[in-house]
Design a protein around this ligand. Sequence first.
Ligand code: SAH
Ligand code: SF4
Ligand code: F3S
Length: 459
Amino acid sequence: MGNRVYIHTFGCQMNESDSQRMLEALRRDGWADAEAPEDADLILVNTCAIREKAEQKLYSALGRYKRQKGGGGALLGVAGCVAQQEKERLLRRAPFVDFVLGPDNLAALPELVAEARRGVRAGARTDWMDSSEYLFPRADPEQSRGRVTAFVTAMKGCDNVCSFCVVPRTRGREQSRPYAEIVSEVDDLVRVGVREVTLIGQNVNSFSGGCDFPELLRRVSSVPGLARLRFTTSHPQDFGEGLVRCFAELGSLRRHLHLPFQSGSDGVLERMRRGYTAAEYEAKVARLRASSPDVALTSDVIVGFPGETEDDFEATLGLLERVRFDNLYSFVYSSRPHTAARLRERDWGLVPEPVKLARLERLQAIQRRVTRELHERAIGTEVEVLVEGPSKSDPARRCGHTSENWVVHFEGDAEPGSIVRVRVEEATTASLGGRLASLVEPPLVPAAAPRHLPLPVVA
Ligand code: SAH
Ligand code: SF4
Ligand code: F3S
């Protein structure tokens, strides 16, 4: 049997980051990357449970990989949030799966793979780790050489109680990573050439790893050589003055905030248990914009939450028109197992599927118009772009993100990792297009070896 691994990742940044850590651990164990699942000896599916569609995608992917397994005999493992939610049930439903691994158990991966290779069906590893024994997986700097951007985990789990959401069950209790670990991981990454770091967690503003979140941003932004700092996701309930000040004061903090609002109706927000009203949400946005008008704002919204009336929905559209988000991730409500909303949804009244879809279409039409208008304002100006590499749609062009997190495709030669100015010539709802105007900063020259900072004791 060969030693090539293919990881198929669904879901959010937490999963992308976990997939990266799993790949690094396997490479240290002698595995090489497979280009495609057909070439792999081990296939890992890192799954998402946030909406029903995400779960269905897992089962159709598993169906495809099963047929392959019949031919070539690749090992098949399922990780991530569906693994955590379904545990042994997944092994019963898909008996050709060799092992199941929850997000708290990434460290057990090499062992599970070794067992599977010996022909032992190891079962499901989905226990929660006690906070005192849990060690956050750390990026391998040697394997991060050549990367321009990286996610760094600030916290895991979620202690909120949003009634529609599976995450507290699939990711467990909220736990913050000690700030010194975060700072030293960022330092390692910058030393091998990484230019931009995004601190990730389901609710980063409730960070408590030895300091609060604004203080964490200050500490990370002072890592020498870090050009750009981002974070995601924030919860409006915990978004306050401290973060507003960070946007005003920290030079490397990029001009983008993702702040999900979910609904513009107070009745719906209450049933969602979000802990704020629409007016409070808008007041927070106004406060940020008064202090830093250049910060781009993106958000998440759910359409067709149980009991959502036409008036509730109009309130959501009203909020969209007033706030004018740069971009919006919009979803129709999906009923999820073991959530508070599922228990009450019949009392509140399920919104019929065609109504949900028609509302989604109306909302997305408004957002497309707003995004296009905001993007078109950039035509004729110059924007600063961190170059990530060739553009996927047209490899002759380069691609990167602006400070506001807008995607830019441009003509002209620029190395990945450099920061350039691009003259914007065209705009769509998805991206900006233009040509290279000037070089602002060349890529960092990576150090021979990362320096591990001594870890200060966390109070
Ligand atoms: N922690 C983040 C959200 C993580 S999930 C936060 O609280 O902001 C990403 C988005 O998926 C959510 O913001 C929500 O808009 C959407 N979502 C979550 N559960 C959903 C469900 N049951 N149905 C539809 N959309 C859902
Ligand atoms: Fe889910 Fe709410 Fe936690 Fe976000 S804050 S992960 S929506 S429970
Ligand atoms: Fe999905 Fe789990 Fe992320 S449910 S959105 S992969 S935390």
